[in-house]
Write a protein that binds this ligand. Structure first.
Ligand code: ADP
Ligand code: MG
Length: 252
């Protein structure tokens, strides 16, 4: 990779599980500071793409480049600069918010005053400062998700990967999480790849990549997709461009 502005590059990625082809020749490239929405129905391959981008496993074919490095060569250097929010909730419900955040800060070698200062920063950014002493279990689903996003920011990641961060949330909580995610990029210049099956969530993304049955079927800015489809809403554009109404619109 020669382009220093490219943060994540997937080159002709293929991944199969037995007879299922989860990803087929997928290539994408994300530039510094971009918010890219990865849109697709269940089973499209979003989580598989995420896990490969996060270095959890290697693709069967193709290559992955993050910050100009590869997981084969420099996994540790990549991981210190990566923030990940998984699709399944991954947070200790019995611990308080701050205990969760301290534990993860420690995993990044942060302790003492520098950890406390960093925790205060991410809590302020996600507006969870008032919740910090509560057990996670007592928080709403939306607030639990905000804690997870805060946690993913403890190491000041240059690249934030989020797999359906709003899944299971009510519309108001979803909007809040979406807004906070945008704040993260606007304030810190973080590059963000964000998977969702809810197209209206991606109105504020810089670019949308549509994935279906393991293949990229459309790609462009929200405005480009609307123009290409001659549609008034992203939902209409998705249906027009793919002929498939299987991505849910965000309920009003
Ligand atoms: P998405 O996140 O878009 O819903 P996934 O990446 O989870 O899509 O799944 C893509 C395809 O791969 C689906 O057909 C799914 O059933 C299959 N798949 C995903 N993970 C596994 C696995 N561990 N074993 C077998 N099949 C899997
Ligand atoms: Mg998934």
């Amino acid at each position: 990779m020669t382009d220093i502005e490219t943060v994540l590059a997937l080159n002709t990625i293929t991944k199969t599980y037995g007879k299922t082809t989860a990803l087929k020749d997928v290539s994408l490239s994300i530039k510094k500071g971009e918010i890219v929405g990865l849109l697709g129905p269940n089973g499209a391959g979003k989580s598989t793409l995420f896990q490969i981008a996060a270095g959890l496993f290697a693709p069967d074919g193709g290559s992955v480049n993050v910050f100009g490095m590869t997981y084969q060569g420099q996994a540790a250097q990549i991981l210190t600069r990566l923030g990940v929010v998984f699709q399944a909730r991954a947070i200790d419900l019995d611990m308080t918010v701050i205990a969760n955040l301290r534990f993860h800060a420690a995993l990044f070698g942060l302790g003492g005053k520098s950890a406390e200062a960093r925790i205060a920063d991410v809590a302020a950014l996600l507006e969870i400062t008032d919740l910090i002493k509560k057990p996670v279990r007592t928080l709403s689903g939306g607030n639990q998700r905000r804690v997870e996003v805060a946690r993913a920011l403890l190491n000041k990641p240059d690249l934030l990967l989020m797999d359906e961060p709003t899944v299971g949330l009510d519309p108001v909580s979803r909007q809040l999480v979406v807004r906070h995610i945008r704040d993260v990029r606007d304030r810190n210049g973080t590059t963000i790849l964000w998977a969702t099956h809810l197209i209206e969530e991606l109105a504020g993304a810089d670019r949308i990549i549509m994935l279906r049955t393991g293949e990229i079927i459309q790609e462009g800015t929200p405005a480009e997709l609307l123009a290409r489809a001659g549609a008034a809403t992203l939902t209409d554009a998705y249906i027009a461009l793919t002929g498939a109404p299987e991505v849910e619109a965000t309920p009003a």
